[in-house]
Design a protein around this ligand. Structure first.
Ligand code: ZN
Length: 254
């Protein structure tokens, strides 16, 4: 199984438009972060988690010309605003399978009504197949069992996803004990770490490290990173030896 980080930034991305913060001005390519997303593939399967405003650029950069579906963590714009750009995939492949909480599909029908229209649909609009993700109901994608992990982003429900020994969670602030049980025995955990200071709806760096210490994956990668976390090179130096800052284009094999 291979995972490529398509984006590792928080909602505004890094650099932030107009910012003169030193991290936004950094020349280190690892300090340039598109909105958070991964590409996960095994054998002939390729899936994307989330479809933010940088989706088009991410697909071009990853040289990705076929996807078997998109899994969504939640409906916030930094995870969903690129939905129109599934059009090239739709034109080649037909309706694109999407996996999400039913609340997220409800939001999509409002924001992307032309994609979800059932009557008088515009011919250039993409089509999707909706698969509802429910907590405590694992599902199978091309031979791999996927376990949804339920968490809270302040008060908003979000899903993380476990694929075999790999799990991806982002925009988590609180997570129940029963959900942590589903994360036992991981080889790789990806978890959000926004910044040093606490935040109402995201793990801070310390909270993410505490979570990793509790879950005990072999390795962990931090994502959904704000410029306020600091320079990639500096922050990386102080992390535990099995914890790494993810950066855009990083590919790992599990
Ligand atoms: Zn987010």
């Amino acid at each position: 199984m291979t995972v490529t980080f398509l984006g590792t930034g928080t909602s505004q991305g890094i650099p932030i438009i107009g910012s003169d913060h030193p991290v936004c001005l950094s020349d280190d390519p690892r300090d340039k972060r598109l909105r958070v997303s991964i590409l996960i593939s095994w054998e002939d399967a390729t899936y994307v988690i989330d479809c933010g405003p940088d989706f088009r650029q991410q697909m071009l950069r990853a040289n990705c010309s076929h996807i078997d579906g998109i899994l969504f963590t939640h409906e916030h714009a930094d995870h969903t605003a690129g939905l129109d750009d599934i059009r090239p995939f739709y034109f080649r492949q037909g309706d694109i399978p999407m996996y999400a909480h039913k609340r997220v599909f409800g939001e999509f029908k409002r924001r992307f009504d032309y994609i979800f229209a059932t009557e008088n649909k515009y011919p250039g609009a993409p089509g999707v197949i909706q698969y509802e993700v429910k907590n405590n109901e694992a599902f199978e994608l091309k031979g791999v069992q996927v376990t949804p992990i339920n968490a809270l982003h302040y008060t908003l429900q979000v899903f993380g996803y476990r694929f075999n020994d790999f799990a991806y969670l982002t925009d988590v602030k609180t997570i129940a004990k029963a959900e942590k049980e589903k994360l036992k025995g991981l080889k790789v955990l990806v978890i959000n770490a926004l910044r040093i200071q606490e935040h109402i709806s995201h793990f801070s760096l310390d909270e993410a490290l505490e979570f990793i210490a509790e879950i005990k994956p072999e390795k962990a990668y931090l994502t959904h990173i704000s410029h306020l976390l600091g320079f990639h090179a500096e922050v990386s130096k102080d992390l535990p030896e099995n914890v790494f800052l993810a950066h855009d284009t990083l590919t790992i094999t599990i």
